[in-house]
Design a protein around this ligand. Structure first.
Ligand code: ATP
Ligand code: MG
Length: 264
């Protein structure tokens, strides 16, 4: 599939164009996105009704990369009852007193659910690596743990798709400036984000390692060109619809004798 990181390949992010729209016409994209949203709604209802599959969507990106906007726009028509979002912020003391997957596992989706991770266990090989929050010997082993953890989830019936929203450093500058220029967006602006921005190259190296080491057949990464929000939403919607259609889901059989029922 387009934008998929083939397992075992090494990712060089400078070769992935964050501005790519693959020649797509924006008006046509609007219509296609609307259709995809409707289809996603039907497929989610089917997932919920069948109660057999679980879908885990992992979202990772640099600050302003568009994780929140993706959740809002891609899942705009889905039923909130069947979609659970878990946001992973800086770990609490209690979380830090455990292994890094301890806080993650309780949030994986159950039968019939779509679980969305807004940031994820990948922070433990991204921000943790960039800031040396644990020694290299420790974070280096985590790629293998993560691959094994996702294999466990997949073996037990979870379909996993992971999206890295790829924006350029210039685009991040524009988005940060836009937040600064609008008082109603100041709540989203954190001066701390500028410190992370200064470490852009280190983050890119950490993302390249994560994408290269953990894209598997059971939990593939997709590198989504994300400078253009409309294209980002379109591509992610397409991948989700394809993935759910691939599950061959069926509505559960109706109770016997429904055709004879007369509502009194
Ligand atoms: P976001 O930045 O995801 O849009 P936000 O701005 O509302 O959300 P923040 O307070 O910035 O929330 O929380 C996210 C921060 O938590 C990020 O800087 C992220 O790197 C950090 N974080 C997440 N998981 C970990 C982790 N395991 N260890 C250290 N820091 C983490
Ligand atoms: Mg933030």
């Amino acid at each position: 599939m387009q934008y998929r990181v083939e397992p075992g390949t090494r990712v060089d992010l400078s070769r992935w164009d964050p501005d790519d729209v693959a020649g797509t016409d924006r008006e046509a994209a609007r219509e296609e996105k609307k259709q995809l949203s409707r289809r996603l709604r039907e497929l989610q209802e089917l997932l919920y009704a069948e109660h057999r599959h679980r879908l885990l969507v992992v979202l990772q990106a640099m600050d302003t990369g568009g994780k929140d906007g993706t959740i809002r726009k891609v899942f705009d028509r889905t039923n909130p009852q069947g979609v659970k979002v878990a946001s992973f912020k800086r770990p609490t003391e209690r979380e830090l007193a455990h292994d890094y997957l301890w806080r993650v596992h309780p949030h994986v989706p159950g039968d019939g659910e779509i679980g969305i991770f807004n940031r994820s266990h990948y922070e433990d090989v991204l921000v943790v690596r960039v800031h040396d929050l644990v020694p290299k010997t420790r974070w280096q082993r985590r790629y293998d743990h993560i691959v094994a953890f996702e294999k466990l989830l997949a073996d037990e019936g979870t379909t996993i798709v992971k999206f890295y929203l790829h924006i350029s450093k210039d685009e991040q500058k524009r988005r940060l400036q836009a937040r600064l220029d609008r008082p109603d967006k100041h709540w989203k602006f954190s001066i701390g984000d500028l410190k992370e921005r200064a470490l852009w190259d280190d983050y890119m190296a950490a993302y390249e390692a994560a994408l290269s080491n953990t894209s598997t057949d059971w939990a593939p990464w997709f590198i989504i060109p994300a400078n253009h929000k409309w294209y980002r939403n379109l591509v992610i919607s397409r991948i989700l619809v394809d993935t759910l259609e691939g599950l061959g889901m069926q509505y559960p059989p109706a109770e016997e004798g429904l055709d004879e029922v007369v509502i009194p």
